[in-house]
Every structure is written in C-alpha cells, then in structure tokens.
Design a protein around this ligand. Structure first.
Ligand SMILES: [Zn+2]
Length: 357
C-alpha cells in the first residue's frame, strides 16, 4: 500500500491518494490542456464583516461548507487539482451582505490582474449606473455577478427574496449600462421551481431581446441539478443561441448529458463553484431532490455511508468532471468540442467583453 499523502486543500478538505488515482485514471489523458473555470468564488477572508453564528451555519448546508478563499490559496488549490494544466478563471466574490462588497471587488480585481485571470464585480440592485460603470472600467473586470440575497439582508434565511423577479436584483438602470459595455452577467436564477418557472423564462427571454449585447450566462444550468428540472426548463431556452450556461455545481451525469445534447458544444461553459466543490463525497438523486454525501461530521451530514464507501470518496469537483466526461463520450464529442466547453466558449465571450466601449 502506498503511504497516504495528504495535501491540505481548503478549509477542512485535503487532496489525497484517492484523488491522485482518480486524476491518473480518468482525467490525466482526457482533460484538455487548457482549463477555464467560468464560475469560482474568490474573496479575501479579511472582507467578511459578519462572522457566521452556529445557527446561521446550520441553516443550510452551503453555509456550513462555504468558507471564503483568497486568490493565492485559490491558485494553489487549482494547481493541485489540475496538475500540468494551463489554468485561468472568471472569479467573483461571495454574493452576500455579510461581506464588504466593494473591498472584496477591489482586492479580487487587483489579484486577477496580477494572475492574468478575470473577474465579475458583485453588485447590489441599489447601486447607481455610475457605480456599475466605474467597476466595469477597471482592468480585467468583464461584467457583474448579481444575486437575489443582495436585495436586502435577512439573517434568518437566505431565501427571503427567492421568489422575487429577476428585475428586483438586476434592474433596468444596470441592464442598460451592462448592455452598453457588452458585459458578462452571471445569473443565478430565483424561484423554488428553478429555471423552468414561467416568470424566469419570460424575463430571461425579455432581457436577451431588449439587451442583446449582454453576455448572459445562466449559472448552474439554471439550478437544474436533477434530470426532471433540466427537462422542463432547458428546452424553453434552446432556441436562443445567444444565451449561455455554466455547468458549475452540477454533478448529475444525466443532467450533463441532457444539456450537452440539447444545447450543443457552443453554449456551455465549464465551472466549478469552488471552493464549495472541494468537498469530498458524492451526491445522490431521487426525482426532484438530492442528498449530499460527505465524510466530514457536518451538522447536515446525519445520514452517513459506511467507512468503506467513504474511504473511496473523491472531490465533488472531480465527480462533476467524471459526469462531463461520460456525457461527452456518450455523445461522441470531438476533442475540439470538448475544448470549447472547457475553455474556448469562455475565451470567445471574454474577447467580446474586453472590447468594452
Ligand atoms: Zn456560485
């Protein structure tokens, strides 16, 4: 038996022999040499204003696993999980009012210039058009990340605004300047019903028609983590080739396969949603719900698998890569098509954004 070498990754996670073996067996010869992560959260931990209480952490599984990661640590982690790859990314801070958003945007922007990465500014709907313009004029800032929990604070729940209209957190005065600047907008859709909710579909189609220069990227395949959600939502936007999707946080092989077949190789951008997806374990699906399995004794982790199974867990982000690989193989995607998903599509959109005005 080889000695189990463990590298600290981030927070409670590490990179171990299971991960090394996974990389060698499944990824080393398959994954393109150039990787672009179009959805990663990087936020200097110094800019967290509110330390989460135990009660806040226990409210929702993401709160318990999400610790901010600075740019240098993020870079170290990426070189660990993508050995021998040329890596770049589009990063944004934590979309949360518990952080100093302006300070987070500024320090991330400086880090991305230094590392040759790009960033989206995290913005609140109350911010003026001029404030957004000032952010967009900074080097390597190519657009914005918006989120419904930035409408107003509610420490009791992150979902106070989940049923709101997209325009409540991405208002017209901001859409106008984003259109003028040909900006990238990463949109995490609202509604408990996810992307398929008729209001989401109507508003997204409307935004795309009224503000055609915006590079609209729907995060997490529209939060379609199960095949049922994907099947009811994605066909409703399949006729609009100018709307893009990132596949971050999606682990489900059936969803990847369905989206890749339906949308083709030009509209999906690889994303991780790190640092959350350094989590070790696997996800299981049942109709429209899912269960996260992990080996760390989190509060939410009440239904553990056997130690033998847990010993074989790899990183969630590797499980996502496994799912993308199996879908690409099933669909007989060419090397060029695989390269588009992992890098080319994002690079093309960025080249378009960086013309600015
Ligand atoms: Zn995210």
């Amino acid at each position: 038996m080889p000695t189990d070498k463990k590298n600290p990754l981030y927070y409670v996670w590490e990179y171990n022999d299971v991960d090394r073996a996974f990389w060698q067996e499944h990824m080393a010869d398959w994954l393109p040499m150039k990787i672009f992560d179009a959805h990663t959260h990087i936020n200097d931990p110094r800019h967290r204003l509110v330390k989460p209480t135990q009660a806040m952490r226990q409210q929702y599984w993401v709160n318990e696993v999400f610790e901010p990661i600075g740019a240098d640590d993020a870079k170290r982690c990426y070189s660990t999980v993508f050995p021998d790859r040329e890596f770049s990314c589009l990063a944004f801070g934590m979309p949360s009012l518990d952080y100093d958003l302006q300070a987070s945007n500024t320090s991330l922007q400086q880090a991305t210039v230094q590392k040759g990465w790009y960033s989206l500014a995290v913005i609140r709907p109350q911010w003026s058009a001029q404030t957004v313009v000032d952010l967009l004029n900074k080097e390597h800032v190519i657009g914005v990340k918006v989120y419904y929990s930035l409408i107003s604070e509610d420490t009791g729940s992150r979902d106070k605004h989940i049923e709101d209209s997209i325009y409540e957190f991405l208002p017209h005065h901001q859409l106008e300047v984003l259109n003028e600047y040909k900006s990238w907008v990463t949109l995490h859709v609202p509604k408990a019903d996810r992307l398929g909710h008729p209001d989401n579909i109507r508003e997204i189609r409307e935004i795309h028609e009224r503000y055609p220069n915006i590079k609209l990227v729907i995060a997490h395949l529209g939060r379609c983590y199960t095949l049922e959600h994907a099947q009811e939502a994605l066909p409703q936007l399949s006729d609009m080739p100018g709307i893009y999707f990132d596949n971050s946080a999606v682990l489900n092989p059936q969803v990847h396969r369905y989206a890749m077949e339906l949308l083709g190789p030009n509209r999906i951008l690889y994303g991780t949603d790190n640092p959350i997806f350094y989590m070790r374990g696997r996800r299981q699906w049942h109709k429209r719900t899912y269960t996260n399995r992990t080996n760390y004794p989190f509060y939410f982790n009440t239904d553990r698998e056997s130690p033998e199974i847990e010993a074989h867990y790899t990183l969630y982000m590797y499980e996502a890569l496994r799912a993308i690989k199996s879908a690409a193989q099933d669909l007989n995607w060419s090397r060029d098509e695989i390269d588009l998903l992992f890098c080319g599509n994002a690079q093309k959109l960025i080249a378009d954004c960086t013309h600015k005005i």
